[in-house]
Ligand binder design. Sequence first.
Ligand code: PRX
Length: 631
Amino acid sequence: MRIRTFDEYQTAYQKSVDDPEEFWAEIAQNFQWRKPWTKTLQWNFSEPNIKWFIGGKLNITENCLDRHLIERGDQPAIIWEPNDPNEAGVTLTYRMLHDQVCRFANVLKRNGVVKGDRVCIYMPMVPELAIAVLACARIGAVHSVVFGGFSAQSIADRINDAQCKVVVTADGSYRGNKEIPLKSTVDDALIGCPSVQKVIVMTRTRTPVSMLKGRDIWWEQELKQVTADCPAEEMDAEDMLFILYTSGSTGKPKGVVHTCGGYMVYATYTFQNVFQYEPGQVFFCTADIGWITGHSYIVYGPLASGATSVIFEGVPTYPDCGRFWDITDKHNVNILYTAPTAIRSLMGFGLDKVENHDLSSLQVLGSVGEPINEEAWHWYDDNIGKNRCPIVDTWWQTETGGILISPLAGITKTKPTFATLPLPGVQPILVDENGKEIEGNGVSGNLCMKFPWPGILRTTYGDHERCRQTYFATYPGLYFTGDGCLRDEDGYYRITGRVDDVLNVSGHRIGTAEVENAINMHTGVVESAVVGYPHDIKGQGIYAYVITDQQPDGHDVELTKRDILATVTRVIGPIAKPDKIQFVTGLPKTRSGKIMRRILRKIAEGDTSNLGDTSTLLDPAVVDEIKAGAT
Ligand code: PRX
């Protein structure tokens, strides 16, 4: 599976375009299948209907666990680093992880979970989170992991959308010096979730929790009731593996669906090639398992490759800003995969807590989630990689299952801020507004894909039409990523950011419409408009223009702002809190009532010199008022 030279990359790429089925069939041979597939690919992007490895039978946990037992049963699969560096960590060998996954799979079974049922997982970054994920996969249940920072309302929406039968959670979680009550948030969520029959609660913080008779049970007590014998369920390659909710430009987050066979092959292939993973290496991805990065590159990709994957419970700045480097030295991390926002925030602390570390175990550095600016790229290269570790700037999305555009570490010549070249099997195309292909180099356009790869989403849960509309209808025959992109003279790709109303705040995807809906729920708010603006650390910050039913001087502005922030936290979670709120008496609207976000974006960016044509506005005077009050 491993490409080792640039020539090999080019040959592999060409083959993947000339004969994609043969190309992926050969790669898929490297996995353990219960039954081989009869047809490698069937697809169209119009319905869409995409199937890989048709008729193939497998269980992804046999690939992530069982098949490693003979050769590397005693090798660490997971190294867990707790929030508090003074607390003892946990190392689970492949044998131990296998044992624990089987046991917890039996707990799920005992509580009525059967193949196809949906299980919501809302947990801290502890080994039990990976165990719960894999236990679902073991018995063919579909996991829906919800990031531990989301609110009760967000959990409820996700549980109801997927009709989850069971929730797996913990009493609480630690993040830096904060203790976060997870179970009580779940309790609030479940007031409106009739589908949930059982809640399994793991003990982490010993925060007092209410345990509802007949519904709530303790993880630890349940484990006493089961054995470690749990044969894996035979799954079809196209059976659902998981749902992961992600924000779009309209409405509520949608449940992106990934299936067993294609996702496994793609996450693993990209893990091994992008990072040039060598057996025995320690891989540290700093993302949360609640996001796609954690699914593909903490759990499935590394474990299917027999790697050692580090799970870190805490935050980069606790107990101080040297924590990533402490972990790197302590566990001899070879490959570090993090986000530009983390790099930028650590840059701000200077080099004191970097220079007192060795960091010589590092061989490859990765970046993911948002465009990496040149300054951050060089800081990472100079101070962390000491100019000897290739940096892979990996571009991909929840919907793509794995990395699509990225250098192969040490093989592809890198260029700061460029994700460089498509991986084998990935066929990017740039189009203009009308869907016309923009050919040649030195051009920019909207980034689409013209051919499926095994990790592409199959649908959005419960609403296939929404999947079609969102990704496959804008430019017929193409998968539309929502990103703008530059292809330079060398044919290298640089992602320039979203072209839709999706924000990327600290690498988290947030829909402007979602934030507006949350703000509008606050009493007294008449209307709001949310845009992104450049933020030194977060990449993008959230700027909200809000109309209230009071005159600007008729209310305590600071208090109302705080109340709005509390409302957004309550409705979505703290990650969606606006950084700036400006009260206005009107919004720039066209005569047909459409908000001209372009103008609001410019004002938020502090660039009011040229607002473009405002003659189509219903009330051009509103723009001057907004300009005058910009924060
Ligand atoms: O805008 C792109 C940005 O993150 C979006 C996908 O977000 P999400 O589904 O949450 O997945 C994030 C982790 C894979 C993309 O549409 N993005 C992701 N990686 C990069 C990036 N933008 C620029 N460079 C990247 N390397």
